[in-house]
Design a protein around this ligand. Structure first.
Ligand SMILES: [Zn+2]
Length: 423
């Protein structure tokens, strides 16, 4: 009973930490832009052809993504809250002696494999759509290799997490939640640190941007911004896509700013500089660190909640096990993780959109060039065939960035508030 009380206290501390980080460190004040002077109006910046292209793509990609999500949750539920998952895990573990390690490793691989196969048609359909509109440049060989690598990495990380979880339960039946919560939080932090050096190179090659006026200007921009950047990396994104993008990843010594080669090859310097100015906003705001800290504390809270709910016998018996410590319960664990992920998606998207709006504001303040900002948004939206008229519910639940139209309206508001003339 003492352990349960300690777990409740630890849960309250972890959740308080998440709330404090979200309330204090997420840049909510950016919400004052757009200030509503400029009404978002897609027809002002985009032609009727561009608008219809955007609508056509969104209307085939988004329902497909939703169906895929529904199927994957249904499969996870079928394996998690019936005895099917437990039967499969026992069966795949048996040839190797049925020990708990084999049950976890082969069981999680089997369940992840079933989930992957169930959603494979949706992935293939999405690829045909992206290819038809010219966004994907992959052949089916590279598509299959990408899918295989993503699956191996995802399933490998999930298996590692489950080994931590079930290993802790066996090591310390009373206090396993404290060990597992600490290890899982540490896993998130180490993962975020190692991501750019372990995971990203599995898909892309990265090279320093060659010496050029552009490189000199970008590094000068970073210096003027007071952000320590000694290199800008170019990713060979054109192997897969024509889309334009840039991002910041990593923590501390692994932090890097990456731009797609598609961007360097097709866009004029002011557009590239504006995109890098936005990324500098992420670097300066330590947004990766903030996201990592929220995810680490949130995962710890999820582990502790799992312990507190572990005595919930009806759910366990539905899953065909008598105790959570039985590795045959991992289908239930995976289903709860997936359901929790979906429930938290609107909150995650809201936080992300706020951080993105703040990076936009940073780019405007650093460059004081709203005209180039608007041009950048226009070019990105046209090339990436962005959704120019997002469905409100879809946007609210899943979309990580403010819409192009909102971002352009915010730039016009910024120009008006700061008395910078626009053409
Ligand atoms: Zn961003």
């Amino acid at each position: 009973m003492r352990s349960r009380r300690a777990a409740w206290i630890a849960l309250v501390i972890a959740l308080t930490g998440v709330v404090v980080l979200v309330v204090v460190l997420v840049p909510w004040r950016t919400g004052s832009l757009p200030v509503g002077r400029t009404l978002p109006d897609a027809s002002r910046d985009f032609t009727a052809t561009q608008l219809s292209r955007s609508a056509v793509l969104a209307s085939s990609i988004q329902p497909n993504a939703l169906f895929s999500l529904v199927v994957s949750l249904a499969v996870a539920g079928g394996l998690g809250v019936t005895s099917w998952g437990a039967k499969i895990i026992a069966a795949v573990g048996r040839p190797l002696g049925g020990g708990w390690v084999w049950q976890v490793v082969l069981g999680s691989l089997a369940l992840a494999g079933i989930g992957r196969l169930a959603t494979l048609p949706f992935s293939a359909y999405a690829e045909t759509v992206l290819r038809r509109v010219g966004l994907s440049t992959r052949d089916w060989g590279l598509w299959a290799a990408d899918l295989g690598k993503s699956f191996a990495i995802g399933a490998g990380l999930t298996t590692l997490l489950l080994l931590i979880l079930y290993g802790s339960m066996r090591l310390a039946p009373q206090l396993w939640w404290a060990i597992a919560a600490t290890l899982v939080a540490g896993f998130v932090v180490v993962g975020s640190f190692l991501y750019p050096v372990l995971i990203e190179p599995a898909f892309n090659r990265f090279e320093s941007m060659p010496q050029s006026q552009l490189r000199t200007d970008l590094l000068a921009l970073a210096e003027r911004d007071g952000v320590a950047v000694d290199d800008v990396l170019v990713a060979d994104a054109s192997r897969r896509t024509t889309a334009l993008n840039a991002y910041v990843s990593g923590l501390g010594s692994t932090r890097r700013i990456v731009v797609y080669d598609t961007l360097i090859d097709s866009q004029p310097p002011p557009v590239i500089e504006m995109i890098v100015a936005h990324e500098l906003g992420h670097a300066k705001g330590n947004d990766v660190l903030l996201g990592t800290a929220i995810a680490a504390l949130g995962s710890a809270a999820a582990v502790i909640s799992g312990y507190l709910l572990a005595g919930w016998a009806p759910l366990l018996s539905r899953a065909g096990v008598s105790s959570l410590a039985d590795p045959r319960s991992l289908g239930l664990v995976l289903f709860v993780m997936a359901a929790l992920g979906l429930l938290l998606a609107p909150v995650q998207s809201l936080i992300s959109r706020q951080i993105e709006a703040s990076a936009d504001l940073h780019a405007l303040e650093l460059t004081r060039d709203p005209a180039s900002f608007i041009e950048m948004q226009r070019r990105l939206a046209i090339t990436n065939i962005a959704d120019l008229d997002p469905n409100q519910l879809y946007y609210w639940v899943f979309v990580s960035h403010p819409s192009t139209i909102e971002r352009i309206a915010a730039a016009r508001d910024w120009a008006e508030v700061n008395r910078v003339p626009l053409p």
